[in-house]
Write a protein that binds this ligand. Structure first.
Ligand code: ZN
Length: 94
């Protein structure tokens, strides 16, 4: 007999219907919440590691413009993202 993936309770399947993997909707929610929580934590770890973040955007923006403003040389990764955000905020005020 199949068991609930979350709590391990034995499952009763309804004849002619799709087999269940969880005993009820609460167990299903908890299972997927726990799974999502891990993904979110992994993403946060990557973001809090500056070395990993810089790799995402190599220094290829020299000479580029963002919203009509020249991007300062040497800006990359998080610094560039912060700079762009400041430009956006500055443009909104006007
Ligand atoms: Zn369960």
């Amino acid at each position: 007999m199949d068991k609930c993936k979350h709590c391990g309770k034995e499952l009763t399947h309804v004849e002619g219907r799709k087999k269940k993997a969880f005993c009820d909707v609460n167990c299903r929610n908890k299972f997927f919440y726990a799974k999502n929580k891990k993904l979110v934590q992994d993403a946060k770890k990557t973001l809090s590691n500056p070395a990993a973040a810089v790799i995402v955007e190599p220094n290829s923006t020299t000479g580029d413009e963002f919203m009509g403003v020249r991007v300062p040389e040497g800006l990359a990764g998080i610094q560039l993202a912060v700079w762009k955000n400041n430009i956006k905020l500055g443009k909104k005020k006007k």
